[in-house]
Write a protein that binds this ligand. Structure first.
Ligand code: GAP
Length: 488
């Protein structure tokens, strides 16, 4: 994780928020490459799950909602974590996380020497187990108290109870609250889904692990409404669609590069299920911190629509033409975190390789996710004609893709820089491209394309670059593209 944090800062992926003031608690800023990577993940998710599917539509709702939304959803009453405070140093911990922390111990068997003991283990000198604050090792911890994770604010000019509002802790509720609007305006038939990608806020007690758990983050959520009276392949429709969404989401993460053996499904135990859930399955990823949740896929039944109908007094039903009856749809909810997906894609893409006795750091991003698609590099920056041609190629390609020009180092160094940020292709303009009149050598108009992963190179007429990158960035693999160019 430290390697990723440092690469992220050095190469402009992720910076600590308000760093010049010492940083703000567990919020992060995406830099020039991070913002490209993040928007590519979001765009591909939207394209695959919304744009390409006839049964999906999207919305973009506001972060501030009517406060009763959170009463109806259960967040005001249930969205809490148990916390304990140290009476001495005043640090606050999640009660269920304390035992997973290494702890500070002043050991009586060694004249009070201070030790840091691994989580869950006793002191090897005196055999004591942790009873005090794991951080200062001196204070007693309070009994657990429930702490609501929603950020509170005020709407309007008066700071009073009547104007309390909350920053949404999930994007999901807007899909339920807009169910009727979307159903009527788009004339939809069950099953159908509403998607949204946007910011959520949680005042997490123990955030951390870089962008894995933060207080402000983005979610990509889908609420997929199904008729609970329908059956598909002999099974209740909600159960069928739940399994379908689990498969589709898993396949999506694999398609964009996450290794098969770094992904697993984890079924929630009955005691762990959220108050609204009939069944929840997490897709876990083997993060640098160990196996942890990447996304969850829950069967929320008709809980939310019924709750909002009850609290708003509006009917939130669907008219089943076939059975001539109103039904409250069931909801299957694939809920992913964008920041967590980005961390997983980055961790999976990161490789350290040895090339001709030197270390090469490379981010093997899927080309669709890579922040920069092509880097155009002049072999000699002193030759005006080479620089002019390279810049013109960059400008032309940049009409379609994120393409950069760089002439600030020798070619080997420039390649390494692009490898380290995951740029799948480099284009090099050299003397042969433009010719050398002094030596009587004519221009061949060809440039070199270098593939990041194989480091192979092919020579291509500069005026065919648009078509070649159209193929390569559109999904054609390098070997096929190279063979096609070879065939002319
Ligand atoms: N609507 C259901 C819901 O919000 P969740 O499991 O609490 O479910 C869904 O959140 C996803 O959002 C998680 O799997 C995770 O990827 C992401 N997420 C949740 N809390 C987060 C946090 N504090 N920081 C970063 N990502 C978070």
């Amino acid at each position: 994780m430290d390697t990723l944090v440092s690469l992220s800062k050095r190469r402009g992926f992720v910076f600590q928020s308000s760093e010049i003031y010492g940083g703000a608690g567990s919020v992060w800023d995406y830099g020039p490459l991070g913002v490209e990577l993040k928007s590519n993940i979001k765009r591909v998710w939207w394209r695959d799950f919304v744009q390409r599917r006839p049964d999906m539509v999207g919305i973009d709702a506001s972060i501030l909602m009517h406060p009763t939304v959170w009463k109806a959803s259960g967040h005001l009453d249930h969205f809490t974590d148990p916390m304990v405070d140290c009476r001495e140093c005043k640090l606050r911990f999640r009660a269920d996380h304390v035992d997973a922390l290494p702890w500070t111990h002043y050991c009586p068997a060694t004249k009070g020497n201070k030790f840091t003991i691994p989580a869950g283990e006793p002191c090897s000198h005196c055999g004591a187990r942790r009873t005090l604050c794991p951080d200062c090792g001196k204070g007693e911890l309070t009994a657990p108290r429930q702490f609501n994770l929603m950020f509170k604010t005020f709407m309007g000019p008066v700071e009073e109870d009547a104007s309390i509002a909350y920053l949404r802790p999930e994007t999901a509720q807007a899909m339920f609250v807009n169910f009727e609007n979307v159903l009527q305006s788009m004339r939809l038939k069950l099953p159908f889904g509403i998607a949204q990608a946007g910011r959520s806020f949680r005042n997490e007690i123990t955030p951390g692990n870089f962008i894995f758990r933060t207080r402000e983050f983005e979610q990509m959520e889908i609420e997929y409404f199904v008729n609970p009276n329908d059956r598909v392949d002999g099974r209740p429709a909600d159960e069928h669609w739940h399994d379908r969404w689990i498969e589709d989401c898993l396949a999506w993460f694999r398609r964009y590069g996450l290794a098969e053996d770094s992904l697993r499904l984890r079924e929630h135990g009955k005691d762990e299920l959220s108050h609204y859930s009939k069944r929840t399955v997490d897709i876990d990823y083997r993060f640098p911190i160990g196996w942890s949740e990447l996304m969850g896929i829950a069967n929320r039944t008709d809980f939310d629509l019924k709750q909002h109908a009850k609290w708003s007094g509006k009917s939130l039903t669907y008219f089943d033409e076939e059975r001539k009856e109103h039904v409250v749809p069931y909801v299957v909810e694939p809920a992913a975190g964008l920041d967590r997906a980005l961390l997983a894609f980055m961790a999976d893409a990161y490789r350290e390789e040895e090339v001709r006795g030197e270390k090469r750091v490379v981010l093997r991003f899927h080309p669709e996710l890579a922040p920069v698609k092509v880097a155009v590099l002049p072999l000699l920056k002193k030759r005006d004609d080479i620089v002019r041609t390279a810049r013109a190629i960059r400008d032309e390609l940049a009409r379609q893709w994120r393409v950069v020009y760089d002439d600030t180092a020798a070619i080997g160094r420039l390649y390494r820089r692009q490898d380290e940020v995951g740029t799948p292709y480099c284009v090099t303009v050299d003397v042969q491209t433009v010719g050398d009149t002094d030596k009587g050598e004519s221009a061949d108009g060809k440039v070199t394309i270098r593939d990041r992963d194989s480091m192979e190179q092919i020579r291509v007429p500069a005026d065919r670059l648009g078509a070649v990158f159209g193929d390569l960035l559109g999904g054609q693999n390098w070997a096929e593209a190279a063979a096609r160019v070879g065939r002319g």
